[in-house]
Design a protein around this ligand. Structure first.
Ligand code: ATP
Ligand code: MG
Length: 169
């Protein structure tokens, strides 16, 4: 099945990580491929190798991507991540494949929607695919079996509180 976690509220990546934990508990093999992220300080990056059955790979710079004007390195890393995702999906060795922030990578022009749709055509029958990130394209949500939109009602950021270790990263 294809699941999409989108919306402007907090909890998309953490929902995917929660599902990963649950799947690993049942002995499933899970891989999370993160786009537009490249920072070892994330708690999930630090713990990944200690969770049996879980793997995490990052393809991005620690800096923000400029919308409409991505750096050459941002584009290169996104392409590398997408090629890696294609290889992982076609090999069919994982039960759950999480494409974290793929919606954003499409939205920021790093990855073509058409290439993602084509990749989804090739997903092995038993594999679960999770795509996270804001601004999921309608063509993807139409295709999905499950779509959750997390809506921001309140966030401490509005009070000037920045990302907190262990909570936001
Ligand atoms: P998380 O990784 O905490 O589950 P997310 O995946 O839903 O969040 P993203 O859109 O990927 O959110 O944003 C990444 C960063 O921005 C995270 O540090 C996250 O906690 C924070 N964030 C998410 N939603 C908001 C918001 N509405 N306002 C401010 N910061 C937010
Ligand atoms: Mg996220």
């Amino acid at each position: 099945m294809l699941q999409i976690y989108t919306g402007d509220g907090k909890g998309k990546t953490t929902a995917a990580l929660g599902l990963a934990l649950r799947a690993c508990g049942h002995g499933r093999k899970v891989i999370m491929i993160q786009f537009m992220k490249g920072d070892i300080e994330y708690g999930e990056v630090k713990i990944a190798s200690k969770i049996p059955g879980f793997e995490l790979h990052q393809f991005g710079l620690p800096t923000f991507v400029e919308k409409g004007n991505p750096a050459a390195e941002d584009l290169r890393l996104a392409k590398e991540g997408f090629d890696f995702a294609c290889e992982i999906i076609s090999k069919g060795e994982y039960d759950v494949v999480i494409l974290d922030e793929l919606n954003c990578a499409i939205d920021y022009g790093l990855i073509y929607l058409e290439d993602v749709l084509e990749l989804l055509d090739r997903v092995p029958k038993e594999m679960e695919i999770i795509i996270t990130g804001r601004n999921a394209r309608p063509k993807l949500t139409e295709r999905a079996d499950l779509v959750s939109e997390i809506k921001e009602i309140k966030h401490p950021f509005q009070k000037g509180i920045l990302a907190r270790e262990g909570i936001d990263y």
